[in-house]
Design a protein around this ligand. Structure first.
Ligand SMILES: [Zn+2]
Ligand SMILES: [Zn+2]
Length: 318
């Protein structure tokens, strides 16, 4: 880390600004925050997050087309699956096994969601399970709605990845690279969408789309909706819904959040027993991620999906 800091700024630019800009692209250039500093929001580092939201306003200028809407919805679905099945159930909880190639493929798809790399995500999530709804839980609603929804994510303290929480994942150099340069994949997706839209406009103008239109809908709108849907599990699923298991935290089961997040809304189930690949424990608890994982297992792409043990269901209070 000190070596990175020493080489952070090129000699020709002001060191502070150069170093700050580098932090946007290389997360290893950010020194871990300590004490009171950890609780502060880093506004310069937050700027890309604000720009992501402002980018949605682009739809006012570029209009809409069936192609743009289809791309936005498809990217929401694919990336929500990558976050729930892989970032959450695989990387954070090891609820099934897969090949190194599949691990990387879904790490890349997940990383395009602008929710950082899988090491950062899993390290924070494991910490959440260990300290759910205590003072040490960074995104408990005990700290207020906005703090649990997105404020925690924007603090200096939440920026670094604690590799000691994810030694099983940190041994893969490709995942460590993704953790360090986590903005590379979203930038590639944005550029790819712009290129695709421009190509469609040139080849089939009757589709009514363009590079800027696919960028606005497929990247900005889809990513922002995906982000806010994902973090409802921190802000709302610890507050609204029913409790089947008397866990020490405030986790809830909530059908609406389960539909929005492809099964993550069965959050009280999950906090009671977090090792299973399935989070809807009853047949009627819709869990799209579980269905997707079953399909991938049939295709031979994932294996050893951990089931919900009978003793868990015996403890259910409703
Ligand atoms: Zn939780
Ligand atoms: Zn979890």
């Amino acid at each position: 880390m000190p070596q990175d800091l020493a080489t952070a700024a090129p000699p020709s630019s002001p060191p502070r600004l150069g170093h700050r800009l580098r932090q946007w692209f290389d997360s290893s250039a950010v020194a871990p925050a300590q004490g009171a500093d950890a609780d502060r929001i880093d506004w310069l580092r937050v700027l890309p997050f604000v720009l992501l939201h402002l980018g949605c306003l682009g739809v006012l200028w570029v209009g809409v087309s069936p192609v743009a809407l289809a791309v936005a919805v498809a990217l929401y679905a694919l990336r929500m699956f990558a976050i729930t099945a892989f970032y959450h159930r695989y990387f954070s909880h090891r609820a099934f096994r897969t090949s190194r190639a599949m691990q990387l493929a879904f790490a890349l798809i997940g990383a395009s969601s602008v929710q950082r790399g899988p090491l950062w995500w899993a390290a924070h999530h494991r910490h959440h399970h260990r300290h759910s709804d205590t003072a040490q839980d960074p995104h408990s609603p005990l700290h207020g709605f906005w703090r649990s929804h997105m404020g925690w994510f924007l603090t200096r303290g939440a920026f670094a990845t604690d590799l000691s929480r994810v030694p099983d994942l940190a041994r893969y150099p490709e995942l460590r690279w993704l953790d360090r340069f986590d903005v590379a994949v979203p930038l590639a997706l944005a550029a790819g969408l712009f290129g695709l839209g421009a190509l469609l406009q040139a080849l089939w103008p009757e589709l009514g789309t363009s590079g800027m239109q696919l960028l606005a809908w497929g990247f900005f709108v889809s990513t922002v909706v995906l982000f806010h849907a994902t973090v409802t599990i921190n802000s709302l699923a610890h507050r609204f819904g029913s409790r089947r298991f008397p866990t020490r935290d405030d986790s809830r089961n909530n059908l609406w959040l389960a539909l929005l997040t492809f099964g993550e809304g069965w959050h009280n189930n999950h906090h009671f027993y977090s090792s299973s690949a399935r989070q809807g424990f009853r047949w009627w608890e819709i869990d799209l991620t579980w269905y997707g994982l079953r399909l991938l297992a049939v295709l031979g792409l994932v294996r050893d999906l951990k089931p919900v043990p009978a003793w868990v269901l015996d403890k259910a209070e409703r």
